[in-house]
Design a protein around this ligand. Structure first.
Ligand SMILES: *Cc1c(COP(=O)(O)O)cnc(C)c1O
Length: 376
């Protein structure tokens, strides 16, 4: 079965991991420091990223860094991996959904504006399939209501909008390094921000709330062994072994991006001009990092096309089931029909295979199977 996504591991990745295993540090050491600087550089920021153990942990840590707590509301999209929403609940927030734009599937600033209340603390957009959110529009709506903008960039590291890299567009940006994503540390994630206060709280949170920095201690140390616990945290530390893999993968990120763009282009050329298909849009000024190729079939035959592709060995996927319809949220009163654009997008979507080692011949085979199915 041809998968919809997979990692690219080469000998240099294996060597980078082995080198750490032969050294003195397994967990937080020099490879973590280097990786955090490397991620900040990709995001166009000076201050190092905060690395964590997954994209989910990055979201949780970001909400903690943003100071989200009980009584706060977080506005997000139904068209995402559900962790964008559930991690805010861990911090005590109430989730409020808002609909997406029809072309990109990204959070719609107009819908967000309608959903804002005095309790809104964070607007959490997602760069669906790798296409950046309308960061200007969303930041304007969020900031004018006293809220901050979080960008879940699990799909979009190395993308950009109006020449500005993903990571520099929102108040906080989170990444995932799961194997199917654009680069991998097996499990891993990171967050970036240009606000020192957010980063400092995030660092405390992912480091179990341990305080050792003499500048931050509240009492006079009674010896070099002294530490304080000043806040509630978790152990979300990414180990050196995995950070080394991440830094080595980053050296090929531009190649990965170019190959993903070429595959996207080939699908576009092969599938354009067919009435029953809708191809992913690219907005002016957006330079996406295509993590997915989200094809939409608009004639109601998504299930049939999905099964046709699966039965021919193409491991297609649906991204995503609307989050507000998951039992956890449905039980809170969210209903079918409340977010028609996201619901329709989700009901029509099939993610075609997309990963750097996918060959042109594989892409052409997928195109032929889709064309055969729709009778084009
Ligand atoms: C993958 C993903 C996550 C979670 O990342 P993990 O590393 O799997 O925990 C969060 N948000 C989105 C949009 C994702 O695609």
């Amino acid at each position: 079965m041809l998968p919809y996504g997979r990692q690219s591991i080469d000998e240099s990745d294996i060597e980078a991991v082995a080198a750490v295993l032969r050294g003195d540090w397994l967990t937080t050491g020099p490879a973590v420091d280097a990786f955090e600087k490397d991620i900040a550089a990709i995001a166009g920021l000076e201050t190092p990223a905060v690395s964590v153990t997954s994209g989910t942990a990055a979201l949780h840590t970001a909400y903690a860094g943003l100071g989200v707590g009980t009584g706060d509301e977080v506005i997000t999209t139904p068209l995402t991996f559900f962790a964008t929403a559930t991690t805010a609940i861990w911090q005590g927030a109430r989730i409020v959904f808002a609909d997406v734009c029809e072309d990109t599937g990204n959070l719609d600033p107009v819908a967000v504006k309608d959903a804002m209340t005095p309790q809104t603390a964070v607007v959490a957009g997602v760069d669906f399939a790798g296409h950046p959110i309308d960061a200007t529009g969303l930041a304007e709506v969020a900031h004018s209501g006293g809220a901050l903008l979080l960008e879940d960039a699990a799909h979009s590291i190395a993308g950009s909008l109006d020449g500005k890299p993903v990571g520099s567009l929102a108040d906080v940006t989170t990444f995932s390094f799961f194997p199917t994503k654009n680069l991998t540390t097996a499990e891993g994630g990171a967050l970036v921000s240009s606000y020192d206060e957010i980063l400092s709280r995030a660092r405390d949170f992912k480091g179990i709330g341990y305080a050792r920095d003499p500048a931050k201690l509240r009492s006079e140390p009674d010896g070099p062994w002294y530490y304080e616990v000043q806040s509630l945290g978790l152990n979300y530390r990414l180990p050196d072994v995995l950070a080394a893999l991440g830094s080595n993968q980053l050296r090929r990120l531009a190649l990965f991006k170019a190959r993903r763009r070429a595959i996207h282009h080939r699908y576009n050329l092969g599938l354009r001009g067919i009435d029953s298909l809708r191809l992913p849009a690219t907005r002016d000024g957006a330079d996406p990092m295509w993590h997915l190729y989200p094809l939409r079939i608009v004639d109601g035959r998504r299930r049939e096309l999905f099964e046709h592709l699966r039965s021919n060995g193409i491991g297609v996927q649906v991204n995503y089931l609307p989050v507000h319809r998951q039992p956890l949220f449905a039980e809170l009163g969210w209903k079918q029909g409340q977010f028609p654009v996201a619901e329709t997008y989700s009901a029509q979507e099939i993610s075609l295979p997309m990963f750097p080692t996918l060959t042109d011949a594989d892409v052409d085979r997928v195109i032929e199977l889709v064309r055969d199915f729709v009778g084009a």
